[in-house]
Design a protein around this ligand. Sequence first.
Ligand SMILES: Cc1cc2nc3c(=O)[nH]c(=O)nc-3n(C[C@H](O)[C@H](O)[C@H](O)COP(=O)(O)O)c2cc1C
Length: 374
Amino acid sequence: MLNDAKNIQKIISMKRLKIGQYTINFPIIQGGMGIGVSWDRLAGAVSFAGGLGIISAIGTGYYQNMHFVEKVVDSRPYDVQNLYSFEALKAIVKNARKICGQNPLGVNIMCAINDYGRVVADACKSGIDIIISGAGLPTNLPEFTDNDPRIALVPIVSSAKALKIICKRWMQRYNRIPDAVVLEGPLSGGHQGFKYEQCAMEEYQLENLIRPVKDEIREWGDFPLIAAGGIWDKNDIDKVMALGADGVQMGTRFIGTYECDASEVFKQVLIRAEKEDIQLLKSPVGYPARGVRTNLINLADKKEGAAIKCISNCVSPCQRGKGAKEAGYCIANCLGDALAGKEDSGLFFTGANGYRLKEIISVKELMNKLINGE
Ligand SMILES: Cc1cc2nc3c(=O)[nH]c(=O)nc-3n(C[C@H](O)[C@H](O)[C@H](O)COP(=O)(O)O)c2cc1C
């Protein structure tokens, strides 16, 4: 089936993706990437090009948005209300809208953040269409959107079991099923829904998870399955679509665009990275996270990194710096430093394919390659 070029062309280029009441022209979602890797410029450009752009709601009070923040300590947004600044999120959404017009636009909100419910409500007030939420099970997500059917809700899972728990809870409490589900395999960038050892095991690879998750979807109704993690080109897209996915979510490849909001340093760190530099790292969030092994990580492993003082109170599993001390670094500070272009102290997340990034191109060019092939 995969060799039938004409069929494949049809699969990818003709199929629109329907998520709730929204239709996305091409079944390509740009994954939310924090801090500040996918904000207004990237998400706006992807939605404008006919994919679905996703703004990261993580650390919106950082860097160029610091003027929205009421209290700054040691150049960091102080505590949750400033780290996840509503005013900054509104401004990011407004700018992205200027770029993409009325095309659907989404936001990514990690369940693990402190003030999760408030940030979800802020996203709704900012005029977002779709909320994608993972890094934990978003079992109470509909509550924070007032179960408004106009806001499409998309959980991220790494197993059929996780999807079952979410569907069961949402049906019982809110009489609602997801509008789509992102299934993220262990080659993805950032936090993983697996234990370290599981990430390398055959049974947990994306292609082996699609069928069971598709079967679980059928137990509850009919909503699209979006495959994520390690998808790089049109060939990869066609492969997962042939296995039953209705669309893809891609993160790392979008970092290689002019519009990507990450610092130039971030993009160069990826361009310079070799395959073996990309590893699973310890994270204060409690899950393994994939990123580039830099000097920061070498020092963190030896517990020789910068002194850890919790200023932003970013994620609940960290317990105000306890997890950071165990991991050897503060995740909010280090992701913030990557955004500010500080190579020595920045944390650079990437998917396993990040070493394949060789050039920076426009979102339009990238979408064209993904849709039509090289
Ligand atoms: C720099 C970076 C930051 C990310 N941040 C988040 C995040 O804040 N929340 C989230 O759910 N996923 C996050 N991800 C995962 C992406 O949204 C995406 O699902 C994943 O990277 C897909 O795999 P790929 O990078 O191989 O395409 C991040 C990924 C990267 C590379």
